[in-house]
Design a protein around this ligand. Structure first.
Ligand code: 6CS
Ligand code: FE
Length: 302
């Protein structure tokens, strides 16, 4: 019987990768910090976000706008300078582009999307403050070879490796291609954002070089996942290009691989409250590079 060396404390209510046994902990942070008067999200949708940890927008971007972003996606993935950059991550075993990080700095088109009130307005409303971009990426999930993203809580990684203190960050995933039931769409366990799964293991040096292709350390054990799935269920998000899902940093989520001919590409932007700026990693020797976990906390729109 392993002794649990770590337990929640005043300075770290979310210990993880500290001991040899998984532990399920209660969330100790609010989910929604703002109100219906603070932005485009109505009261019922805010209530649903508080309960489930996510909200969907059927048509966040108009079809003509989607075309602009898809053209930018193609431009970036065909630019040799981008492909040589460490911010371009290929799929394991092939040289297919899996993700390109920091797209809001690499591309003025995506920089504009970050500042769009339909996007940042929702994030400010939910987080109840000014926000900065903790991370942005495009995920290509190409047809035939697109690999999975195993179950994980983003917050677990951002807390352990980027030094994000509390749960006051939201992600938005905007579909740039149709998300069908069969081409590896986003799955979330509704309500799982209220349980923090403390993971076993220790963060290896330069963990991101491996975890961005396939994450193992920082992913929950099968028993914890079974408990969460039995308690919360699993929701799979489908929708046309231009639709979006905004979700809490601690939702348990993942997506399957894509063996269909139809790519499942999205742009993914993480907003963190300026009142929750990252400090030192809670469970890693070094913070990850700034292109993955931003160290510039300048509010969007400042
Ligand atoms: O490690 C991270 O920060 C990234 N990994 C995943 C699978 N989701 C969140 C984030 O993009
Ligand atoms: Fe994730």
């Amino acid at each position: 019987m392993s002794i649990i060396e770590s337990h929640p404390s005043i300075d770290d209510p979310y210990p993880t990768r500290k001991c040899g046994e998984a532990v399920l902990l209660y969330r100790q942070d609010p989910v929604v910090y703002g109100g219906p008067e603070d932005g485009p999200v109505d009261a019922a949708t805010l209530d649903s976000f508080e309960t489930n940890g996510f909200l969907n927008v059927d048509e966040l971007l108009r079809p003509d706008e989607v075309e602009d972003y898809r053209a930018e996606l193609r431009r970036l993935s065909a630019d040799p300078a981008v492909l040589r950059d460490e911010r371009a991550v290929t799929e394991r075993g092939t040289d297919e582009v899996r993700s390109i990080f920091e797209v809001h700095k690499l591309s003025e088109v995506f920089a504009e999307l970050v500042r769009d009130p339909r996007v940042v307005g929702r994030a400010r409303q939910i987080l109840g403050s000014d926000v900065y971009v903790h991370q942005s990426r495009v995920n290509y999930k190409p047809g035939f070879t697109g690999k999975d993203f195993y179950w994980h809580s983003d917050f677990e990684t951002w807390h352990a490796e980027d030094g994000m203190p509390r749960m006051r960050a939201v992600s938005i995933s905007i579909a740039l291609t149709e998300n069908f039931v069969h081409n590896g769409g986003l799955m979330i366990m509704p309500g799982s954002h209220k349980t923090f799964v403390s993971c076993v293991g220790e963060t290896p040096a330069d963990h991101y070089k491996e975890s961005l292709r396939r994450q193992e350390i920082g992913t929950p054990d099968p028993n914890s996942l079974s408990i969460l799935a039995d308690k919360y269920g699993i929701e799979l998000f489908t929708g046309p290009a231009g639709s979006a899902t905004m979700f809490d940093c601690n939702c348990m989520h993942g997506s399957n691989g894509n063996i269909t001919p139809f790519p499942r590409s999205n742009v993914f932007i993480v907003f963190n409250s300026v009142e929750n700026a990252c400090t030192e990693p809670f469970s890693a020797d070094e913070p990850r590079p700034a292109f993955i976990g931003a160290r510039d906390f300048t509010p969007v729109g400042a």
